[in-house]
Write a protein that binds this ligand. Structure first.
Ligand SMILES: Cc1cc2nc3c(=O)[nH]c(=O)nc-3n(C[C@H](O)[C@H](O)[C@H](O)COP(=O)(O)OP(=O)(O)OC[C@H]3O[C@@H](n4cnc5c(N)ncnc54)[C@H](O)[C@@H]3O)c2cc1C
Ligand SMILES: O=C(O)[C@@H]1CCCCN1
Length: 386
């Protein structure tokens, strides 16, 4: 066992663990970041080139967190000297009285977020090559855009190391021994720290089993589909085509979303927010393609400038909680073990603010956001009144 006692060990170098480790090191905490795979890797949830950043949420508490997250992303861009955000706007569509569209519109308007309401008759002047479904309305969250995900991860891990942080990749954590000083074991050794942060994405419950608890998490595989432009440039980020999201059915999570052609020139990313359950260690055995059928119907109907068969399909994992809200909390038994999990397919944009919150929890500070929506106790069934 190494004789050094770290202030904090962070397990998992996805976006959340990398941000958490970074805020520890930036605040002069001796920090070790352990990652099971050699970096970079594409087996969790944080790989790939792009993610959407937006304030268009159905809940005020996410909007509050995003207001800070935008500022922290801008600080990171400055510190890293790398562009991580590109403003494109986010087109939100749905029936005026549909739960998703109306809730997003209310939150944006109530909080005076810069928003453009698009009238049907002028829709195609602003958004060419797109058919707005009859009976649906559209608005644009104008400060939304794209985050360069792989550059963000690389920048954070580099900044973490420049502040003295230690990354050990290719080191899978196989044991956790709780206590006032926590001991973590890997195949190569044992490490100790005053606090432990678990940000293990789809593998969270495997790690929590060493601490005698489990969370109600479900892991889904998402087919990340790219579609070819019939006329090159029609949906290109350089031609100011926006990101979009649209509720495609009665359920609020039946979201189809897209990002303009960017990382693969001539290919637009359009995906379905609902995947199929999978074991994270056997992701490629999940071969269901029913989501691709939903997307093909949508592309044929609404995006006539795309070939309605995906040209490239990649894979990514979601780790979902029952209510799709995150888990940001201390372990119920061991207060120096902190859990950041269940980012439910929308956590990347919050990375810096989540890293800051998990740092605050791990160092015993009062968190700078209200964490009641993210508490573990919300999953406990109410006790009988008898
Ligand atoms: C297709 C897709 C589209 C998305 N789109 C958006 C979007 O547009 N906007 C947005 O904000 N969010 C989006 N998300 C969600 C976002 O990407 C995730 O919420 C985020 O990446 C989760 O990060 P994480 O750090 O929790 O998990 P991960 O990235 O999975 O990181 C966990 C890490 O822990 C490591 N680990 C696990 N077990 C161990 C162990 N025993 N020992 C050591 N290391 C371990 C894993 O190898 C992994 O690297 C999307 C996700 C997907 C899949
Ligand atoms: O977090 C996001 O912004 C996207 C929205 C659509 C579903 C996937 N995640």
């Amino acid at each position: 066992m190494s004789s050094q006692i770290y202030d904090c060990i962070v397990i998992g170098a996805g976006i959340q663990g990398s941000c958490t480790a970074y805020y520890h090191a930036k605040n002069n905490k001796k920090t070790l970041l352990l990652e099971q795979f050699f970096l970079p890797h594409s087996r969790g949830s944080s790989h790939g080139q792009t993610r959407i950043i937006r304030k268009a949420y159905q809940q005020d508490f996410y909007l509050r967190m995003m207001e800070e997250s935008y500022k922290l992303w801008a600080e990171l861009e400055r510190d890293a000297g790398v562009q991580l955000y590109r403003c494109t706007g986010l087109l939100v569509m749905g029936p005026e009285d549909g739960q998703y569209y109306s809730a997003v519109k209310d939150v944006l308007q109530r909080n005076k977020v810069p928003t453009v309401m698009l009238k049907r008759e002028e829709f195609n002047q602003h958004i060419p090559n797109f058919n707005l479904v009859s009976g649906e309305n559209a608005l644009v969250d104008t400060s939304a855009g794209v985050l360069y995900a792989d550059k963000a991860l690389d920048s954070l891990q580099r900044l973490f190391q420049s502040h003295g942080g230690v990354i050990k990749d290719g080191e899978k954590v196989t044991g956790i021994k709780p206590g006032p000083v926590v001991t973590v074991t890997t195949a190569s050794g044992a490490y100790q720290a005053k606090s432990l942060v678990i940000t293990a994405g789809p593998w969270t419950n495997t790690l929590l089993s060493h601490t005698g608890m489990a969370l109600p998490l479900k892991v889904e595989k998402i087919n990340v589909c790219y579609w070819r432009e019939k006329v090159p440039g029609s949906y290109d980020v350089h031609n100011r085509f926006p990101c979009f999201s649209r509720q495609d059915g009665p359920e609020v999570d039946q979201i189809i979303y897209g990002l303009p052609s960017n990382e693969y020139p001539g290919l637009m990313k359009v995906c379905y927010h609902i995947g199929k359950e999978t074991d994270p260690d056997a992701r490629d055995n999940q071969t269901d393609q029913s989501d691709i059928q939903v997307l093909q119907r949508f592309v044929a109907r609404c995006m006539p400038g795309l070939v309605p068969v995906p040209a490239v399909v990649e894979s990514c994992l979601y780790t979902l909680t029952p209510d799709n809200h995150f888990v940001l909390d201390c372990h119920p038994t061991y207060s120096n073990i902190i859990i950041g999990a269940g980012f439910s397919g929308h956590g990347f944009k919050f990375g810096p603010v989540i890293g800051k919150i998990l740092y605050e929890l791990s160092t015993g500070q009062v968190p700078s956001h209200n964490l009641s929506p993210f508490k573990i106790t919300r999953f406990q069934t109410p006790k009988s009144a008898l």
